[in-house]
Ligand binder design. Structure first.
Ligand code: F6P
Length: 566
Protein backbone atom coordinates (compact mmCIF):
# COMPACT_ATOMS: atom_id res chain seq x y z
CA UNK A 1 0.00 0.00 0.00
CA UNK A 2 1.20 3.45 -0.79
CA UNK A 3 0.41 5.41 2.32
CA UNK A 4 1.58 4.23 5.65
CA UNK A 5 -0.63 5.36 8.49
CA UNK A 6 -0.23 4.96 12.21
CA UNK A 7 -2.84 2.19 12.10
CA UNK A 8 -1.12 0.49 9.16
CA UNK A 9 2.07 0.29 11.17
CA UNK A 10 0.25 -1.20 14.15
CA UNK A 11 -1.64 -3.72 12.04
CA UNK A 12 1.51 -4.79 10.23
CA UNK A 13 3.18 -5.22 13.59
CA UNK A 14 0.46 -7.74 14.45
CA UNK A 15 -2.29 -5.74 16.18
CA UNK A 16 -5.73 -6.59 14.82
CA UNK A 17 -7.49 -3.46 13.58
CA UNK A 18 -10.24 -3.55 16.25
CA UNK A 19 -7.46 -3.80 18.84
CA UNK A 20 -5.76 -0.58 17.80
CA UNK A 21 -6.09 2.35 20.19
CA UNK A 22 -8.57 4.48 18.18
CA UNK A 23 -10.90 1.51 17.67
CA UNK A 24 -10.74 0.45 21.29
CA UNK A 25 -11.45 4.01 22.40
CA UNK A 26 -14.51 4.09 20.16
CA UNK A 27 -15.75 0.71 21.38
CA UNK A 28 -15.47 1.86 25.01
CA UNK A 29 -17.14 5.15 24.15
CA UNK A 30 -19.97 3.35 22.35
CA UNK A 31 -20.78 1.48 25.57
CA UNK A 32 -21.03 4.83 27.35
CA UNK A 33 -23.25 6.59 24.83
CA UNK A 34 -25.35 3.73 23.44
CA UNK A 35 -27.99 4.34 26.10
CA UNK A 36 -28.31 8.05 25.33
CA UNK A 37 -31.44 9.09 23.50
CA UNK A 38 -31.29 11.66 20.75
CA UNK A 39 -34.16 13.54 22.40
CA UNK A 40 -31.95 14.01 25.40
CA UNK A 41 -29.02 15.20 23.28
CA UNK A 42 -31.25 17.78 21.59
CA UNK A 43 -32.78 18.86 24.90
CA UNK A 44 -29.36 19.35 26.45
CA UNK A 45 -28.00 21.47 23.63
CA UNK A 46 -30.28 23.95 21.88
CA UNK A 47 -27.45 24.70 19.42
CA UNK A 48 -27.04 21.09 18.39
CA UNK A 49 -28.45 21.49 14.87
CA UNK A 50 -26.25 24.50 14.20
CA UNK A 51 -23.15 22.88 15.64
CA UNK A 52 -23.70 19.60 13.84
CA UNK A 53 -24.40 20.97 10.37
CA UNK A 54 -22.14 21.95 7.50
CA UNK A 55 -22.84 23.88 4.37
CA UNK A 56 -21.26 23.71 0.94
CA UNK A 57 -22.45 26.04 -1.76
CA UNK A 58 -26.20 25.64 -1.23
CA UNK A 59 -25.96 22.09 0.11
CA UNK A 60 -26.72 21.58 3.79
CA UNK A 61 -25.41 18.49 5.56
CA UNK A 62 -27.22 18.15 8.89
CA UNK A 63 -25.77 15.34 10.98
CA UNK A 64 -27.32 16.41 14.26
CA UNK A 65 -29.80 13.51 14.29
CA UNK A 66 -26.98 11.01 14.77
CA UNK A 67 -26.24 9.17 17.96
CA UNK A 68 -23.07 11.11 18.54
CA UNK A 69 -21.70 13.54 21.07
CA UNK A 70 -18.78 15.92 20.70
CA UNK A 71 -16.68 13.14 22.19
CA UNK A 72 -17.87 10.64 19.58
CA UNK A 73 -17.00 12.97 16.76
CA UNK A 74 -13.57 13.63 18.24
CA UNK A 75 -12.86 9.91 18.40
CA UNK A 76 -14.19 9.27 14.90
CA UNK A 77 -11.98 12.02 13.53
CA UNK A 78 -9.02 10.59 15.43
CA UNK A 79 -9.73 7.23 13.80
CA UNK A 80 -9.87 8.87 10.37
CA UNK A 81 -6.57 10.61 11.01
CA UNK A 82 -4.84 7.55 12.42
CA UNK A 83 -6.14 5.51 9.47
CA UNK A 84 -4.39 7.86 7.08
CA UNK A 85 -7.38 9.56 5.44
CA UNK A 86 -5.40 12.77 4.70
CA UNK A 87 -2.51 10.73 3.28
CA UNK A 88 -4.95 8.67 1.21
CA UNK A 89 -6.51 11.81 -0.28
CA UNK A 90 -3.01 13.04 -1.06
CA UNK A 91 -2.08 9.72 -2.68
CA UNK A 92 -5.20 9.87 -4.84
CA UNK A 93 -4.39 13.43 -5.92
CA UNK A 94 -0.80 12.51 -6.76
CA UNK A 95 -2.01 9.75 -9.07
CA UNK A 96 -0.39 7.01 -6.98
CA UNK A 97 -1.42 3.45 -7.81
CA UNK A 98 -3.94 3.25 -4.98
CA UNK A 99 -5.88 0.57 -6.86
CA UNK A 100 -2.98 -1.74 -6.15
CA UNK A 101 -4.61 -5.05 -7.10
CA UNK A 102 -4.97 -3.73 -10.63
CA UNK A 103 -1.85 -1.59 -10.47
CA UNK A 104 -3.76 1.55 -11.36
CA UNK A 105 -4.09 5.12 -10.27
CA UNK A 106 -7.57 6.35 -9.33
CA UNK A 107 -8.05 9.70 -10.95
CA UNK A 108 -11.69 10.42 -11.63
CA UNK A 109 -10.91 13.69 -9.84
CA UNK A 110 -8.70 14.65 -12.81
CA UNK A 111 -11.68 14.37 -15.15
CA UNK A 112 -13.36 17.28 -13.40
CA UNK A 113 -10.28 19.18 -12.25
CA UNK A 114 -10.44 21.81 -15.01
CA UNK A 115 -7.65 24.38 -15.24
CA UNK A 116 -4.09 23.85 -16.33
CA UNK A 117 -2.55 22.20 -13.29
CA UNK A 118 -0.79 19.05 -14.52
CA UNK A 119 -1.89 15.72 -13.01
CA UNK A 120 0.49 12.94 -13.81
CA UNK A 121 0.23 9.17 -14.05
CA UNK A 122 3.59 7.42 -14.45
CA UNK A 123 5.17 10.76 -15.25
CA UNK A 124 2.68 11.71 -17.98
CA UNK A 125 0.32 14.64 -17.59
CA UNK A 126 -3.19 13.31 -18.20
CA UNK A 127 -4.84 16.72 -18.44
CA UNK A 128 -4.24 17.43 -22.15
CA UNK A 129 -5.91 14.13 -23.05
CA UNK A 130 -8.87 14.89 -20.80
CA UNK A 131 -9.28 18.35 -22.31
CA UNK A 132 -9.13 16.93 -25.84
CA UNK A 133 -11.87 14.37 -25.16
CA UNK A 134 -14.05 16.98 -23.45
CA UNK A 135 -13.66 19.22 -26.47
CA UNK A 136 -14.70 16.39 -28.78
CA UNK A 137 -17.68 15.64 -26.54
CA UNK A 138 -18.64 19.28 -26.74
CA UNK A 139 -18.49 19.52 -30.51
CA UNK A 140 -20.17 16.16 -31.10
CA UNK A 141 -23.01 16.79 -28.64
CA UNK A 142 -23.59 20.26 -30.05
CA UNK A 143 -23.65 18.93 -33.62
CA UNK A 144 -26.22 16.28 -32.68
CA UNK A 145 -28.34 18.67 -30.65
CA UNK A 146 -28.35 21.28 -33.42
CA UNK A 147 -29.35 18.66 -35.98
CA UNK A 148 -26.06 19.10 -37.86
CA UNK A 149 -24.98 15.52 -37.25
CA UNK A 150 -27.31 13.65 -39.58
CA UNK A 151 -28.26 10.02 -39.66
CA UNK A 152 -27.44 7.88 -42.72
CA UNK A 153 -30.58 8.95 -44.58
CA UNK A 154 -29.97 12.62 -43.85
CA UNK A 155 -32.44 12.92 -41.01
CA UNK A 156 -31.49 14.51 -37.66
CA UNK A 157 -30.98 12.41 -34.56
CA UNK A 158 -34.01 12.53 -32.29
CA UNK A 159 -33.28 9.59 -29.98
CA UNK A 160 -30.12 8.38 -28.30
CA UNK A 161 -29.83 4.92 -26.80
CA UNK A 162 -26.96 4.31 -24.38
CA UNK A 163 -25.95 0.65 -24.38
CA UNK A 164 -23.95 -0.02 -21.22
CA UNK A 165 -24.20 -1.62 -17.82
CA UNK A 166 -22.92 -1.02 -14.28
CA UNK A 167 -20.88 2.15 -14.21
CA UNK A 168 -21.43 2.61 -17.94
CA UNK A 169 -25.16 2.91 -17.25
CA UNK A 170 -26.06 3.69 -13.64
CA UNK A 171 -24.24 7.02 -13.34
CA UNK A 172 -25.30 8.58 -16.65
CA UNK A 173 -28.81 7.10 -16.38
CA UNK A 174 -29.20 8.54 -12.89
CA UNK A 175 -27.86 11.94 -13.98
CA UNK A 176 -30.07 12.11 -17.08
CA UNK A 177 -33.06 11.27 -14.91
CA UNK A 178 -32.05 13.71 -12.19
CA UNK A 179 -31.62 16.52 -14.70
CA UNK A 180 -34.84 15.66 -16.47
CA UNK A 181 -36.12 19.19 -15.95
CA UNK A 182 -33.16 20.45 -18.02
CA UNK A 183 -33.55 17.96 -20.87
CA UNK A 184 -33.79 19.89 -24.11
CA UNK A 185 -31.96 17.64 -26.57
CA UNK A 186 -32.79 14.33 -28.19
CA UNK A 187 -34.59 11.90 -25.90
CA UNK A 188 -32.03 9.66 -24.22
CA UNK A 189 -32.77 6.09 -23.22
CA UNK A 190 -30.70 3.44 -21.50
CA UNK A 191 -30.48 -0.25 -22.30
CA UNK A 192 -28.39 -2.23 -19.83
CA UNK A 193 -29.77 -5.71 -19.32
CA UNK A 194 -29.04 -8.65 -21.59
CA UNK A 195 -32.73 -9.44 -21.14
CA UNK A 196 -34.10 -8.78 -24.64
CA UNK A 197 -37.09 -7.00 -23.15
CA UNK A 198 -34.80 -4.15 -22.23
CA UNK A 199 -33.74 -3.57 -25.82
CA UNK A 200 -37.20 -4.16 -27.25
CA UNK A 201 -38.98 -1.83 -24.88
CA UNK A 202 -36.41 0.94 -25.38
CA UNK A 203 -36.46 0.77 -29.18
CA UNK A 204 -39.97 -0.40 -30.13
CA UNK A 205 -41.22 3.11 -30.87
CA UNK A 206 -37.98 4.53 -32.28
CA UNK A 207 -37.22 5.31 -35.89
CA UNK A 208 -33.83 3.79 -36.81
CA UNK A 209 -33.14 6.64 -39.24
CA UNK A 210 -33.22 9.08 -36.32
CA UNK A 211 -31.57 6.95 -33.62
CA UNK A 212 -28.00 7.15 -32.36
CA UNK A 213 -26.51 4.30 -30.33
CA UNK A 214 -23.80 4.93 -27.79
CA UNK A 215 -21.89 1.77 -26.97
CA UNK A 216 -20.58 2.59 -23.51
CA UNK A 217 -18.14 0.06 -22.14
CA UNK A 218 -14.80 0.63 -20.49
CA UNK A 219 -13.57 -2.82 -21.46
CA UNK A 220 -15.72 -3.30 -24.57
CA UNK A 221 -15.98 -6.95 -23.64
CA UNK A 222 -18.94 -6.93 -21.23
CA UNK A 223 -21.36 -9.65 -22.33
CA UNK A 224 -24.56 -7.68 -21.82
CA UNK A 225 -23.36 -4.56 -23.57
CA UNK A 226 -21.77 -6.32 -26.50
CA UNK A 227 -24.88 -8.46 -27.00
CA UNK A 228 -27.04 -5.34 -27.04
CA UNK A 229 -24.58 -3.58 -29.35
CA UNK A 230 -24.71 -6.41 -31.90
CA UNK A 231 -28.50 -6.51 -31.68
CA UNK A 232 -28.64 -2.74 -32.17
CA UNK A 233 -26.43 -2.96 -35.22
CA UNK A 234 -28.67 -5.64 -36.76
CA UNK A 235 -31.79 -3.60 -35.91
CA UNK A 236 -30.31 -0.56 -37.63
CA UNK A 237 -28.78 -2.22 -40.68
CA UNK A 238 -31.91 -4.29 -41.37
CA UNK A 239 -34.02 -1.15 -41.25
CA UNK A 240 -31.73 1.09 -43.27
CA UNK A 241 -30.50 -1.64 -45.59
CA UNK A 242 -26.85 -0.64 -45.62
CA UNK A 243 -23.87 -1.55 -43.40
CA UNK A 244 -22.45 1.93 -43.96
CA UNK A 245 -25.25 3.33 -41.79
CA UNK A 246 -23.30 2.16 -38.72
CA UNK A 247 -20.86 5.05 -39.13
CA UNK A 248 -23.62 7.64 -38.68
CA UNK A 249 -25.57 5.85 -35.96
CA UNK A 250 -22.96 4.39 -33.60
CA UNK A 251 -20.39 5.94 -31.33
CA UNK A 252 -18.27 4.18 -28.72
CA UNK A 253 -17.06 5.22 -25.27
CA UNK A 254 -14.23 2.99 -24.20
CA UNK A 255 -10.65 2.50 -23.10
CA UNK A 256 -10.30 -0.43 -25.52
CA UNK A 257 -9.70 1.09 -28.93
CA UNK A 258 -8.80 -2.25 -30.52
CA UNK A 259 -12.09 -3.89 -29.58
CA UNK A 260 -14.04 -0.81 -30.70
CA UNK A 261 -12.35 -0.94 -34.10
CA UNK A 262 -13.04 -4.68 -34.36
CA UNK A 263 -16.73 -3.97 -33.73
CA UNK A 264 -16.63 -1.59 -36.70
CA UNK A 265 -16.77 1.80 -35.04
CA UNK A 266 -14.27 4.25 -36.44
CA UNK A 267 -11.68 5.99 -34.27
CA UNK A 268 -13.32 9.30 -35.20
CA UNK A 269 -16.52 8.10 -33.48
CA UNK A 270 -14.71 6.79 -30.41
CA UNK A 271 -14.48 8.83 -27.24
CA UNK A 272 -11.75 7.44 -25.09
CA UNK A 273 -11.09 7.32 -21.41
CA UNK A 274 -8.42 5.65 -19.38
CA UNK A 275 -7.80 2.69 -17.12
CA UNK A 276 -7.41 5.00 -14.12
CA UNK A 277 -11.14 5.76 -14.33
CA UNK A 278 -13.13 3.12 -12.47
CA UNK A 279 -16.46 2.15 -14.04
CA UNK A 280 -18.51 3.39 -11.10
CA UNK A 281 -16.56 6.66 -11.12
CA UNK A 282 -16.82 7.21 -14.86
CA UNK A 283 -19.82 9.52 -15.34
CA UNK A 284 -17.33 12.41 -15.46
CA UNK A 285 -15.53 10.90 -18.44
CA UNK A 286 -16.65 10.19 -22.01
CA UNK A 287 -19.21 7.89 -20.34
CA UNK A 288 -21.10 11.13 -19.65
CA UNK A 289 -21.71 11.72 -23.37
CA UNK A 290 -25.39 10.79 -22.99
CA UNK A 291 -25.68 13.52 -20.34
CA UNK A 292 -24.17 16.13 -22.67
CA UNK A 293 -26.57 15.04 -25.41
CA UNK A 294 -29.60 15.20 -23.13
CA UNK A 295 -28.98 18.51 -21.37
CA UNK A 296 -26.18 20.15 -23.33
CA UNK A 297 -22.44 20.25 -22.83
CA UNK A 298 -22.57 23.44 -20.75
CA UNK A 299 -24.68 21.67 -18.15
CA UNK A 300 -22.39 18.65 -18.24
CA UNK A 301 -19.57 21.11 -17.53
CA UNK A 302 -21.59 22.49 -14.58
CA UNK A 303 -21.91 18.94 -13.24
CA UNK A 304 -18.12 18.64 -13.39
CA UNK A 305 -17.75 22.02 -11.70
CA UNK A 306 -20.02 20.89 -8.85
CA UNK A 307 -17.88 17.80 -8.37
CA UNK A 308 -14.76 19.97 -8.44
CA UNK A 309 -16.23 22.07 -5.64
CA UNK A 310 -16.79 18.92 -3.58
CA UNK A 311 -13.22 17.76 -4.34
CA UNK A 312 -11.82 21.07 -3.16
CA UNK A 313 -13.84 20.78 0.04
CA UNK A 314 -12.85 17.14 0.62
CA UNK A 315 -9.16 17.86 0.12
CA UNK A 316 -8.95 21.16 1.96
CA UNK A 317 -11.51 21.24 4.77
CA UNK A 318 -10.26 20.15 8.18
CA UNK A 319 -11.33 16.58 8.95
CA UNK A 320 -13.82 17.68 11.62
CA UNK A 321 -15.57 20.05 9.21
CA UNK A 322 -15.29 17.85 6.16
CA UNK A 323 -18.62 16.58 4.82
CA UNK A 324 -17.45 13.36 3.13
CA UNK A 325 -15.16 12.53 6.04
CA UNK A 326 -18.08 12.89 8.45
CA UNK A 327 -20.42 10.97 6.14
CA UNK A 328 -17.90 8.16 5.91
CA UNK A 329 -17.03 8.10 9.60
CA UNK A 330 -20.69 8.11 10.68
CA UNK A 331 -21.11 5.08 8.45
CA UNK A 332 -18.18 3.41 10.22
CA UNK A 333 -19.72 4.29 13.60
CA UNK A 334 -22.96 2.43 12.90
CA UNK A 335 -21.43 -0.39 10.87
CA UNK A 336 -18.63 -1.31 13.24
CA UNK A 337 -19.88 -0.15 16.62
CA UNK A 338 -23.66 -0.71 16.37
CA UNK A 339 -23.65 -3.63 13.90
CA UNK A 340 -25.91 -1.82 11.41
CA UNK A 341 -25.89 -4.04 8.34
CA UNK A 342 -27.63 -1.69 5.96
CA UNK A 343 -28.08 1.96 5.16
CA UNK A 344 -31.13 3.50 3.52
CA UNK A 345 -30.87 6.33 1.01
CA UNK A 346 -34.14 8.19 0.69
CA UNK A 347 -34.38 10.94 -1.91
CA UNK A 348 -37.47 13.10 -1.55
CA UNK A 349 -37.38 14.09 -5.19
CA UNK A 350 -38.69 12.05 -8.05
CA UNK A 351 -35.85 13.21 -10.27
CA UNK A 352 -33.44 11.49 -7.88
CA UNK A 353 -35.26 8.21 -7.98
CA UNK A 354 -32.31 6.38 -9.56
CA UNK A 355 -29.88 7.79 -7.00
CA UNK A 356 -30.11 4.77 -4.64
CA UNK A 357 -29.36 2.37 -7.51
CA UNK A 358 -26.39 4.48 -8.58
CA UNK A 359 -25.17 4.62 -5.00
CA UNK A 360 -25.55 0.88 -4.59
CA UNK A 361 -22.88 0.27 -7.19
CA UNK A 362 -20.69 3.11 -5.97
CA UNK A 363 -20.75 1.89 -2.39
CA UNK A 364 -21.28 -1.85 -2.56
CA UNK A 365 -18.93 -2.58 -5.47
CA UNK A 366 -16.32 -0.36 -3.83
CA UNK A 367 -16.53 -1.51 -0.23
CA UNK A 368 -18.04 -4.98 -0.46
CA UNK A 369 -14.67 -6.55 0.35
CA UNK A 370 -13.55 -9.19 2.83
CA UNK A 371 -9.75 -8.94 2.80
CA UNK A 372 -7.54 -6.07 3.87
CA UNK A 373 -4.69 -4.31 2.11
CA UNK A 374 -2.34 -7.10 3.07
CA UNK A 375 -4.64 -9.84 1.81
CA UNK A 376 -5.80 -10.97 5.24
CA UNK A 377 -9.41 -11.76 6.10
CA UNK A 378 -11.07 -8.79 7.78
CA UNK A 379 -11.97 -9.45 11.38
CA UNK A 380 -14.63 -6.73 11.24
CA UNK A 381 -17.48 -5.57 9.04
CA UNK A 382 -16.90 -3.57 5.85
CA UNK A 383 -19.47 -2.02 3.49
CA UNK A 384 -23.17 -2.27 4.41
CA UNK A 385 -26.06 -3.08 2.13
CA UNK A 386 -27.22 0.18 0.56
CA UNK A 387 -30.80 0.47 -0.54
CA UNK A 388 -33.60 2.95 -0.87
CA UNK A 389 -36.53 4.40 -2.71
CA UNK A 390 -37.87 7.90 -3.08
CA UNK A 391 -40.09 9.44 -0.46
CA UNK A 392 -42.86 9.69 0.21
CA UNK A 393 -43.48 6.33 -1.53
CA UNK A 394 -41.15 4.49 0.83
CA UNK A 395 -43.14 5.76 3.81
CA UNK A 396 -46.03 3.58 2.69
CA UNK A 397 -43.83 0.56 2.12
CA UNK A 398 -40.80 -0.07 4.31
CA UNK A 399 -40.70 2.84 6.76
CA UNK A 400 -42.60 0.74 9.29
CA UNK A 401 -39.44 -1.33 9.73
CA UNK A 402 -37.28 1.78 9.96
CA UNK A 403 -39.46 3.08 12.79
CA UNK A 404 -40.35 -0.03 14.76
CA UNK A 405 -38.36 -2.95 13.37
CA UNK A 406 -35.56 -4.70 15.22
CA UNK A 407 -32.89 -3.52 12.76
CA UNK A 408 -31.03 -0.26 13.19
CA UNK A 409 -30.98 1.31 9.73
CA UNK A 410 -29.19 4.67 9.51
CA UNK A 411 -30.83 6.78 6.81
CA UNK A 412 -29.72 9.49 4.41
CA UNK A 413 -32.62 11.81 3.65
CA UNK A 414 -31.97 13.88 0.52
CA UNK A 415 -34.32 16.77 -0.21
CA UNK A 416 -34.58 19.84 -2.42
CA UNK A 417 -35.94 23.17 -1.16
CA UNK A 418 -37.02 24.61 -4.51
CA UNK A 419 -38.73 22.10 -6.77
CA UNK A 420 -38.48 21.75 -10.52
CA UNK A 421 -42.25 22.07 -10.80
CA UNK A 422 -44.47 24.28 -8.67
CA UNK A 423 -47.89 22.69 -8.54
CA UNK A 424 -50.29 23.78 -5.81
CA UNK A 425 -49.03 22.69 -2.41
CA UNK A 426 -47.37 19.46 -3.58
CA UNK A 427 -43.89 20.53 -2.68
CA UNK A 428 -44.78 21.89 0.74
CA UNK A 429 -46.37 18.53 1.52
CA UNK A 430 -43.35 16.66 0.18
CA UNK A 431 -40.97 18.69 2.32
CA UNK A 432 -43.22 18.42 5.37
CA UNK A 433 -43.04 14.64 5.10
CA UNK A 434 -39.31 14.75 4.47
CA UNK A 435 -38.66 16.72 7.63
CA UNK A 436 -41.28 14.90 9.70
CA UNK A 437 -39.74 11.50 9.03
CA UNK A 438 -36.34 12.54 10.35
CA UNK A 439 -38.02 13.96 13.44
CA UNK A 440 -40.20 10.89 13.97
CA UNK A 441 -37.26 8.53 13.62
CA UNK A 442 -35.29 10.60 16.08
CA UNK A 443 -37.99 11.30 18.69
CA UNK A 444 -40.09 8.18 18.61
CA UNK A 445 -43.14 8.16 20.85
CA UNK A 446 -42.80 7.17 24.46
CA UNK A 447 -45.29 4.86 26.21
CA UNK A 448 -46.47 7.65 28.52
CA UNK A 449 -47.16 9.89 25.50
CA UNK A 450 -49.13 7.13 23.79
CA UNK A 451 -51.09 6.41 26.98
CA UNK A 452 -51.97 10.08 27.44
CA UNK A 453 -53.20 10.28 23.87
CA UNK A 454 -55.31 7.14 24.20
CA UNK A 455 -56.78 8.32 27.48
CA UNK A 456 -57.68 11.64 25.91
CA UNK A 457 -59.45 9.68 23.18
CA UNK A 458 -61.50 7.89 25.84
CA UNK A 459 -59.96 4.40 25.48
CA UNK A 460 -60.54 2.26 28.58
CA UNK A 461 -57.54 1.27 30.69
CA UNK A 462 -57.45 -2.44 29.75
CA UNK A 463 -57.48 -1.73 26.05
CA UNK A 464 -54.95 1.03 26.62
CA UNK A 465 -52.50 -1.31 28.36
CA UNK A 466 -52.77 -3.76 25.47
CA UNK A 467 -52.28 -1.10 22.83
CA UNK A 468 -49.47 0.99 24.26
CA UNK A 469 -46.57 -1.36 23.41
CA UNK A 470 -47.73 -1.56 19.79
CA UNK A 471 -48.19 2.15 19.38
CA UNK A 472 -45.01 3.30 21.10
CA UNK A 473 -41.87 4.00 19.06
CA UNK A 474 -38.43 3.74 20.61
CA UNK A 475 -37.06 6.49 18.37
CA UNK A 476 -33.32 7.17 18.56
CA UNK A 477 -33.05 6.11 14.92
CA UNK A 478 -30.28 8.08 13.25
CA UNK A 479 -30.39 9.99 10.00
CA UNK A 480 -28.43 12.52 7.98
CA UNK A 481 -30.31 15.22 6.16
CA UNK A 482 -28.86 16.51 2.92
CA UNK A 483 -30.81 19.50 1.70
CA UNK A 484 -30.10 21.11 -1.66
CA UNK A 485 -31.37 24.60 -2.42
CA UNK A 486 -32.10 23.34 -5.93
CA UNK A 487 -31.38 20.24 -7.92
CA UNK A 488 -29.06 21.63 -10.59
CA UNK A 489 -26.17 20.12 -12.55
CA UNK A 490 -23.85 21.84 -10.08
CA UNK A 491 -25.54 20.60 -6.90
CA UNK A 492 -25.91 17.10 -8.35
CA UNK A 493 -22.20 17.03 -9.19
CA UNK A 494 -21.40 18.04 -5.61
CA UNK A 495 -23.72 15.41 -4.18
CA UNK A 496 -22.22 12.61 -6.27
CA UNK A 497 -18.63 13.57 -5.52
CA UNK A 498 -19.32 13.89 -1.78
CA UNK A 499 -20.60 10.32 -1.76
CA UNK A 500 -17.60 9.15 -3.80
CA UNK A 501 -15.24 10.60 -1.23
CA UNK A 502 -17.27 9.23 1.69
CA UNK A 503 -16.97 5.74 0.20
CA UNK A 504 -13.22 6.23 -0.19
CA UNK A 505 -12.84 7.41 3.41
CA UNK A 506 -14.53 4.23 4.63
CA UNK A 507 -12.37 2.05 2.41
CA UNK A 508 -9.26 3.67 3.89
CA UNK A 509 -10.48 3.10 7.45
CA UNK A 510 -11.40 -0.52 6.69
CA UNK A 511 -8.01 -0.97 4.98
CA UNK A 512 -9.55 -2.33 1.80
CA UNK A 513 -9.14 -1.56 -1.89
CA UNK A 514 -12.29 0.36 -2.83
CA UNK A 515 -11.39 0.39 -6.51
CA UNK A 516 -11.31 -3.21 -7.67
CA UNK A 517 -14.27 -5.60 -8.09
CA UNK A 518 -12.93 -9.12 -8.39
CA UNK A 519 -16.11 -10.45 -6.79
CA UNK A 520 -18.10 -9.93 -9.97
CA UNK A 521 -15.76 -12.07 -12.07
CA UNK A 522 -16.68 -15.60 -11.01
CA UNK A 523 -20.32 -15.27 -12.04
CA UNK A 524 -19.23 -13.94 -15.43
CA UNK A 525 -16.91 -16.90 -16.02
CA UNK A 526 -19.52 -19.45 -14.92
CA UNK A 527 -22.20 -17.79 -17.07
CA UNK A 528 -19.89 -18.11 -20.08
CA UNK A 529 -19.42 -21.82 -19.41
CA UNK A 530 -23.14 -22.47 -18.85
CA UNK A 531 -24.01 -20.55 -22.01
CA UNK A 532 -21.72 -22.87 -23.99
CA UNK A 533 -23.24 -25.97 -22.39
CA UNK A 534 -26.80 -24.78 -23.06
CA UNK A 535 -26.00 -24.08 -26.68
CA UNK A 536 -24.48 -27.52 -27.21
CA UNK A 537 -27.43 -29.19 -25.49
CA UNK A 538 -29.90 -27.25 -27.63
CA UNK A 539 -27.95 -28.35 -30.70
CA UNK A 540 -28.53 -31.95 -29.60
CA UNK A 541 -24.97 -32.70 -28.43
CA UNK A 542 -24.33 -34.84 -25.39
CA UNK A 543 -22.85 -32.68 -22.67
CA UNK A 544 -21.34 -33.92 -19.44
CA UNK A 545 -22.76 -31.67 -16.71
CA UNK A 546 -21.42 -33.75 -13.83
CA UNK A 547 -18.87 -31.08 -12.85
CA UNK A 548 -21.82 -29.01 -11.60
CA UNK A 549 -23.65 -29.60 -8.31
CA UNK A 550 -27.02 -31.32 -8.69
CA UNK A 551 -29.04 -28.10 -8.41
CA UNK A 552 -27.07 -26.27 -11.11
CA UNK A 553 -27.13 -29.34 -13.33
CA UNK A 554 -30.90 -29.79 -12.96
CA UNK A 555 -31.54 -26.11 -13.66
CA UNK A 556 -29.49 -26.20 -16.87
CA UNK A 557 -31.28 -29.35 -17.99
CA UNK A 558 -34.71 -27.99 -17.18
CA UNK A 559 -34.13 -24.72 -19.05
CA UNK A 560 -33.01 -26.66 -22.12
CA UNK A 561 -35.77 -29.30 -21.90
CA UNK A 562 -38.59 -26.85 -21.32
CA UNK A 563 -37.37 -24.62 -24.07
CA UNK A 564 -37.04 -27.43 -26.57
CA UNK A 565 -40.50 -28.76 -25.73
CA UNK A 566 -42.11 -25.32 -25.35
O1 F6P B 1 -19.41 -6.25 -13.64
C1 F6P B 1 -18.93 -5.16 -12.98
C2 F6P B 1 -18.35 -4.15 -13.92
O2 F6P B 1 -17.04 -4.49 -14.23
C3 F6P B 1 -18.42 -2.77 -13.31
O3 F6P B 1 -17.39 -2.48 -12.47
C4 F6P B 1 -18.50 -1.92 -14.51
O4 F6P B 1 -18.99 -0.65 -14.20
C5 F6P B 1 -19.43 -2.73 -15.38
O5 F6P B 1 -19.07 -4.05 -15.13
C6 F6P B 1 -19.38 -2.43 -16.85
O6 F6P B 1 -18.10 -2.61 -17.38
P1 F6P B 1 -17.73 -2.04 -18.80
O7 F6P B 1 -17.87 -0.57 -18.77
O8 F6P B 1 -16.32 -2.48 -19.04
O9 F6P B 1 -18.67 -2.65 -19.82
Amino acid sequence: MLFDSEIDRQVRAGTALPETAPWRALAAHQREVAGLHLRELFDRDPERAQRFSLELDGLLFDYSKHRVTDGTLRLLIELARASGVPEAFAAMRRGDGINWTENRAVLHIALRAGGDRPITVDGTDVMPGIRAVLERMRSFSEAVRRGEWKGFTGRPIRAVVNLGIGGSDLGPAMVCEALGAYADGPQVRFVSNVDASDFVSATCDLDPAETLFIVASKTFTTQETMTNAHTARRWLVEALGDERAVARHFVALSTNRGAVAAFGIDASATFEFWDWVGGRYSSWSAIGLSIALAVGFERFAELLAGAREADRHAFEAPLAANIPVLMGMLGVWYRNFFGAASRAVLPYDRYLRRFPAYLQQLDMESNGKAVDRDGRALGYASGPVVWGEPGTNGQHAFFQLLHQGTELVPCDFIGVVNPAHELGDHHRKLLANFIAQTEALMRGRRADEVAAELRAAGIDEDALRALVPHRAFAGNRPSSTILLDRLTPHSLGMLMALYEHAVFVQGVVWRINSFDQWGVELGKVLAGAILGEQERLLAGDAVDLSRHDSSTQALIERCVARRASG
